[in-house]
Design a binder for this molecule. Structure first.
Ligand code: ADP
Ligand code: 5RP
Length: 543
């Protein structure tokens, strides 16, 4: 009988499950896609039932080829999407068309722009702890949207969850919430252990406070604390035994942070000074940048500081880019050369990224370094607004340097320039963090983007940081498994779980001085494009 812990990770595109030894070695994994609907621009919807079915199938898949196992603990992470249920725990539609199963407003849904603006106009104290401005991706603006635009749905909304907390409720029946989601997305003050009732009254959601916060959470636990045990119905659906300890959840970016930020490098565990030099880069559909400090650091435009939201006792600053993997995929799949190139890649048995990377390598032959290919091609990556550090969801993408051609080489160049732009966004966030006390020179990377060697190389070169990959490539799943290991008492704490279960793998060093100078120049263009966009806006507004 093999002892295991199980981690479940629900990203934007799929649900994944992994079975790990108590030491963090992965024995089995599986993934299942989840459905998404986009009924209008800026509206992005999912179904909690569909997500739960995908989770169940993924867990069964991860265990399929293992022999007899004893599951010592289970942890869940997911995107910070909003789930709305009625008093009988049935889905409440958040869709303009009212499709009954579409009860999830996905984190990247930007419908609540006006509500976020209205909240920010109030200059509330809680906003200091979410980066200075509330993001339209957080839950208070989304709840306000629901109340204003779908009052009948709001009246039926008896339980509103962050998706990670929905999953632990579905697994155990416990309505306890995690500090991770409540602090990071719902304005719970982790350092004071309370909701701010005045804030909810001031923004027009006073009923939540008047009811004692029962719709949004009255029992708030640190991630990884045992929140309950697997119930009989959930156990049957997951193919597991009832009674398995389940940990309080984490958002997926935070699980990624747990999976990488404490990893020993060259056999040396990080001390406080080393942690101050690290940022976890969780690169999936979006990119998230997680850094921790013993004291509160207020980094303008960077979410937080969040107390104990990822690691107990430490403050978290969370930078982010709302569309990175999503942007790279958008640029690739909407290009005229994509259908033919995708078909050829499929025939050759490779991914489109492998084909593009090979094409770039061919094109760069004879050049001192491949990034030179895009000397005249620049992308501003804010197609879905800028989460950090500008905290401006109204910004949009720009491209400079297009020519009258749309062949495979043009696609490859545009793809490279997009990856570079994404990497400059990370540099911008690291600079903002370093201006407030961090000394980041090491990027601990995980997520789907790390499967792409060009993504990795450009991030190291553009930021000038060493980039460290995790020993376990599925580090987000590992972070979720750490929550389960802590809940099950396999590890004594999350810090202990990080020390015992994670470790560093390959290290990618940034390029030489010539590479650095080149990226400094392109980064200056990246910064300038923002100023240019504002100048265009001003010209249009002056008419
Ligand atoms: N095999 C691959 N090669 C290169 N990039 C990849 C690969 N697989 C995924 N990616 C990148 O990772 C992104 C998805 O990351 P992932 O962590 O799976 O997302 P999420 O957690 O948001 O569902 C994609 O948008 C793509 O840019
Ligand atoms: O806001 C976030 C974390 O706080 C993430 O961007 C969101 O959860 C989506 O993650 P992913 O890109 O991995 O799907």
């Amino acid at each position: 009988m093999q002892d295991i812990v199980i981690g479940v990770d629900v990203g934007t595109g799929s649900a994944r499950a992994g079975a790990f030894t108590p030491q963090g070695a992965m024995l089995g994994q599986a993934a299942r896609p989840i459905r998404m609907w986009r009924p209008r621009a800026d509206f992005v919807q999912q179904s909690s039932d569909d997500i739960w079915q995908a989770v169940c199938a993924a867990v069964r898949g991860a265990l399929r080829d293992l022999g007899p196992v004893r599951v010592l603990g289970m942890g869940f992470d997911a995107t910070c999407s909003l789930v709305v249920l009625d008093a009988e725990f049935r889905p409440v539609s958040i869709s303009p068309q009212g499709e009954p199963e579409q009860d999830v407003m996905v984190w990247m849904d930007h419908r609540a722009a006006a509500e976020a603006e209205a909240i920010n106009a109030g200059e509330h104290e809680v906003l200091r702890y979410v980066g200075g401005r509330i993001s339209l991706e957080m839950q208070a603006p989304k709840l306000l949207w629901l109340k204003r635009h779908r009052p009948q749905a709001w009246a039926r909304a008896a339980h509103v969850f962050d998706l990670p907390d929905y999953l632990t409720w579905r697994a155990t029946g416990s309505l306890a919430r995690s500090l991770c989601s409540t602090v990071c997305k719902w304005t719970y003050l982790g350092h004071e252990g309370r909701w701010d009732a005045d804030f909810f009254h001031a923004i027009g959601l006073g009923e939540l406070a008047d009811e004692g916060f029962r719709r949004i959470g009255t029992e708030i636990l640190p991630p990884g604390q045992r929140l309950g045990t697997l119930g009989a119905e959930a156990a049957a659906a997951l193919g597991l035994e009832a009674g398995i300890p389940v940990g309080a959840s984490a958002i997926d970016a935070h699980a990624g942070g747990l999976g990488v930020i404490g990893a020993a490098l060259n056999g040396v565990a990080p001390d406080a000074a080393t942690l101050n030099r690290r940022v976890a880069l969780v690169g999936g559909t979006s990119s998230c940048h997680m850094a921790v400090s013993p004291e509160a650091r207020f980094v303008p435009g960077v979410w937080g500081p969040y107390h104990s939201a990822m690691l107990p006792g430490l403050w978290l600053n969370e930078g982010g880019q709302s569309a990175t993997g999503a942007l790279i995929d958008h640029v690739i799949t909407t290009h005229a050369a994509y259908p033919a190139m995708a078909a050829a890649a499929q025939q050759a048995g490779e991914t489109i990224y492998q084909s593009l990377n090979r094409k770039l390598a061919d094109m760069a032959e004879g050049l001192p370094f491949p990034a030179l290919l895009t000397e005249g091609l620049h992308v501003m990556p804010d197609f879905h607004g800028n989460r950090s550090p500008r905290a401006d969801a109204s910004l949009r993408g720009m491209v400079s340097g297009l020519r009258l051609a749309a062949g495979e080489e043009d696609l490859a160049l545009l793809y490279l320039a997009t990856v570079q732009a994404v990497a400059y966004g990370t540099r911008h966030i690291i600079e903002a963090m370093n201006a407030q006390g961090y000394a980041i020179d090491t990027v601990m990377a995980c997520g789907g983007g790390t499967k792409n060697p060009v993504f990795l190389r450009e991030h190291a070169d553009a930021t000038g940081c060493q980039l460290v990959l995790p020993r376990e490539p599925e580090a987000i799943l590992l972070g979720a498994a750490m929550l389960g290991a802590t809940a099950g008492g396999v590890q004594d704490s999350l810090a202990g779980a990080m020390a015992a279960m994670s470790g560093a793998g390959e290290v990618i060093a940034p390029g030489d001085a010539a590479v650095r100078r080149y990226h400094d120049a392109k980064y200056a263009v990246f910064r300038r494009m923002h100023d240019d966009q504002l100048a265009y806006r001003a010209l249009m507004q002056a008419r």
